[in-house]
Design a protein around this ligand. Structure first.
Ligand code: NAD
Length: 314
C-alpha cells in the first residue's frame, strides 16, 4: 500500500514499484493528489486506487485487509503554511493519520512500514549539514511537529509490536507533477503577471533540493539494502541553493526576462519556515546510492518540466 500514492512523490514511487513488478494499492483521498498521475497503472491493473481518508480509521482498516504486505506512508498535508491558520491540520493529517495506519497494520499483522519524514524535524538550530543522529530534534512548525510525532509512533510500534521501519527525512523534493513548492509558486506568479515576481522573505533562505526521481530511487534502494528493525535515512543532494538563485533560474527558464524580482523581506518565507537546511547524506551515500542531480540542476530541470505542465498562457 502506498498512502498518498496519487500525489507528487507517491506517483513517481509507484512508477518505480510497478517497474520492479509490484502490485500497488493506492490509498489517497485526492485532496492534493490526482488519479491522472497514476492512470496508466490503474488501466494496466498494476495499481488499484481506494479513495479513502486516513483520518477515518475504518477506511484504513478495511483497505489494509486487502492483501497488503508493506506500507509506504506518504500521505500528509503538504502545505506547511496551512498549519499556521488551521492549527489542527497537521495533528489530524499527520499524527492521527499515522496512528491509524500503524494500528490498522497491527490488526492485520502487516509489519513493514516506510515513512516520509522531513528535514524540518531538525528545527533551526541544528548544525549544517545535519546528520541523522542530531538531537534533540526541536521542530519550529506544526507540520514538523507532526513529522516528529509520526517518527515517534513508528519507533514505538517497532519497539512494542515488532514492526520493521524505514524513516526517510527528505530535503525539498522537486520535479515533474509538482503541485506545490517554490518553483511551482514562482511559475504561477509569472503566469499571472510576467512583469514582476514576488519572493517571500529576503531570498537568502538556503536549502537543499533533490529531484523526485532520485528521491524515489533512493527509497527503493535503501529499503532493498537495509534490514535493521529501524532504518533512519536523510535523503537529499550534496549542496544547497538560495531562493534568490531559484527566482533567477525560473525567470530565465520562463523567458520572463523583464520581470522585477521583489522581496517581501525578513529572513524566512513564513512563520515556521526554517531559513537554512542542509542534510548530511553520508549514510545514504554509504548505502551505495548517489543522486544524479545536485540542487541547481534539479531546480533548472524542474522549472523546465513544470513550465511545460503549467504553461504561461492563460
Ligand atoms: P502531495 O500533496 O503531492 O502528496 C500527498 C498525497 O496524500 C496527496 O495525493 C493527497 O491527496 C494525499 N492525502 C493527503 N491527506 C490525506 C488523507 N487524510 N487521506 C488520504 N490521502 C491523503 O505531497 P508530496 O510532496 O508528494 O509529499 C509526500 C510526502 O512527503 C508527505 O508526507 C510530505 O510531508 C513528505 N515530504 C515532502 C517533501 C517535498 O519537498 N515535497 C519534503 C519533505 C517531506
Amino acid at each position: 500500500m502506498v498512502t498518498g500514492g496519487a500525489g507528487f512523490i507517491g506517483s513517481h514511487l509507484i512508477d518505480r514499484l510497478v517497474a520492479e513488478g509490484d502490485t500497488v494499492l493506492v490509498f489517497d483521498n485526492l485532496s492534493s493528489g490526482q488519479t491522472s498521475f497514476i492512470e496508466h497503472h490503474l488501466n494496466s491493473g498494476a495499481a488499484e486506487h481506494i479513495q479513502g481518508d486516513l483520518r477515518n480509521f475504518e477506511d484504513v482498516l478495511s483497505a489494509m485487509g486487502q492483501g497488503v504486505d508493506r506500507v509506504i506512508h506518504l500521505a500528509a498535508n503538504p502545505d506547511i503554511r496551512l498549519g499556521t491558520r488551521v492549527t489542527d491540520t497537521d495533528l489530524q493529517q499527520g499524527t492521527v493519520s499515522t496512528y491509524n495506519v500503524l494500528e490498522a497494520m497491527r490488526r492485520h499483522d502487516v509489519k513493514k512500514i516506510a515513512f516520509a519524514s522531513s528535514s524540518v524535524v531538525y528545527g533551526e538550530d541544528a548544525p549544517l549539514p545535519t546528520p541523522e543522529n542530531h538531537g534533540p530534534c526541536l521542530p519550529i512548525s506544526l507540520y514538523g511537529a507532526s513529522k516528529q510525532a509520526g517518527e515517534g509512533l513508528i519507533s514505538s510500534w517497532v519497539g512494542t509490536f515488532g514492526f520493521q521501519a524505514w524513516i526517510f527525512r527528505f530535503a525539498n523534493i522537486i520535479g515533474a507533477r509538482g503541485t506545490h513548492g517554490v518553483i511551482f509558486d514562482f511559475i504561477h506568479k509569472l503566469k499571472k503577471d510576467s512583469t514582476r515576481l514576488e519572493v517571500l522573505g529576503n531570498g537568502l533562505q538556503e536549502k537543499s533540493y533533490m529531484e523526485v526521481g532520485d528521491c524515489v530511487d533512493a527509497i527503493v534502494h535503501v529499503m532493498k539494502t537495509t534490514d535493521d528493525s529501524l532504518n533512519l535515512y536523510n535523503l537529499g543532494s550534496h549542496d544547497t541553493a538560495s531562493v534568490r538563485r531559484i527566482a533567477e533560474i525560473v525567470v530565465e527558464v520562463t523567458g520572463c526576462n523583464d520581470a522585477r524580482i521583489e522581496y517581501t523581506g525578513g529572513d524566512r518565507g513564513w512563520a515556521g519556515d526554517v531559513p537554512r537546511a542542509r542534510l548530511a547524506i553520508d549514510k545514504m551515500l554509504e548505502s551505495g546510492f548517489d543522486v544524479s542531480m545536485n540542487s541547481e540542476d534539479a531546480i533548472r530541470h524542474t522549472a523546465e518540466v513544470l513550465l511545460k505542465e503549467i504553461g504561461l498562457e492563460e
